[in-house]
Unconditional design. Structure first.
Length: 320
């Protein structure tokens, strides 16, 4: 063994160095120009195919290691950020992954509801889950926990918890029943002076619809920024409406249950991805519109940016 190590020391040190360069993660991540996801290739086989395409936008993200951090110093379109920018409290990358998946489900649920309501088609809530997406202080919750009851009170949404805790006192013990990894368990928390549990939560709904509707997402995809485009895709599918008219349409923005389009992050990387993939139009939220316009002007991009406040405004524009 000693002879082997002596004869191969340089080679082994080189392997160790290569491993360190590529595998050891640093507390950073890099954001770079992204691309498009053609929704027509993700909706079930009965999708009403039209000329043109309807596209979600994404940001390309690299984990921070020695190579990517150094490259971010020389590639102008790569930006380096500390990992804590993505974190709420002391989270790890798995927590962030779970939150993004929950938010994608939330976005798809909202999109389904809005599209069916706008199309005047029946849609019924069959179940709901109140899911923890972040913890804002030290407690016993984990991201992905499903909140069932608080002191035996069934939780309708986050407002149920807020209203209930208003009538409690600091020092009171609160019993919360949760579901974690398909098993029920109880968490006991002592209220401090703020009288909060220290969680962020979303309510995800499951719906019963008459159409055989499904949208496929890949493992690495998550977040809520595709809400507007998902809503447009579902609406086009269930009504047969041609929103494209031969154009390559892209968009980014969250969607809430009332059809309002919300703010997203990374607009400059998404606009760059839209240009690179030859989109004709990008729909953006009012909160991102000015930055999007500035990005187009500064880079002399040949693309049209349209501000939409609501899903209805997006449909009205596309139907012109």
């Amino acid at each position: 063994m000693k002879k082997f190590l002596k004869e191969n020391l340089s080679f082994l040190l080189m392997l160790a160095l290569i491993f360190a360069i590529f595998k050891i993660e640093l507390p950073y991540y890099i954001e770079a120009p992204g691309g498009t996801i053609n929704l027509s290739k993700r909706i079930n086989e009965n999708y009403n195919r039209k000329d043109g395409s309807l596209n979600m936008l994404y940001v390309t993200e690299y984990k921070g290691n020695i190579v990517t951090v150094l490259l971010s110093k020389v590639i102008k379109t790569w930006d380096l950020y500390e990992i804590k920018k993505q974190q709420v409290s002391n989270e790890n990358t798995h927590d962030i992954y779970i939150r993004n998946k929950v938010m994608l489900d939330n976005s798809t649920g909202n999109a389904t509801y809005v599209a069916y309501k706008y199309a005047n088609k029946d849609i019924n809530i069959t179940s709901k889950e109140n899911i923890v997406i972040a913890t804002t202080k030290d407690n016993h919750f984990e991201i992905g926990d499903i909140i069932l009851t608080v002191d035996d009170l069934e939780v309708e949404n986050i407002n149920t918890i807020k209203e209930y805790l208003k009538n409690k006192d600091p020092g009171d013990e609160i019993d919360i029943k949760i579901e974690r990894n398909n098993k029920e368990k109880h968490i006991k928390e002592i209220l401090d002076e703020d009288k909060v549990l220290g969680i962020m939560m979303v309510t995800n709904y499951t719906y019963d619809v008459s159409d055989n509707l499904s949208i496929a997402f890949k493992n690495g995809e998550g977040g809520s920024s595709g809400g507007l485009i998902i809503t447009l895709g579902i609406y086009s599918e269930i009504t047969g409406t041609d929103l494209l008219k031969g154009r390559n349409i892209a968009g980014t923005g969250t969607i809430d249950i009332d059809g309002n389009v919300g703010e997203i992050d990374g607009i400059k990387y998404k606009i760059a991805g839209a240009v690179r993939n030859h989109m004709d139009v990008v729909l953006v939220s009012p909160y991102n519109y000015e930055e999007a316009k500035k990005v187009v002007e500064e880079n002399n991009y040949q693309i049209e940016i349209i501000k939409v406040n609501t899903f209805k405004e997006a449909v009205d524009y596309l139907m012109q």
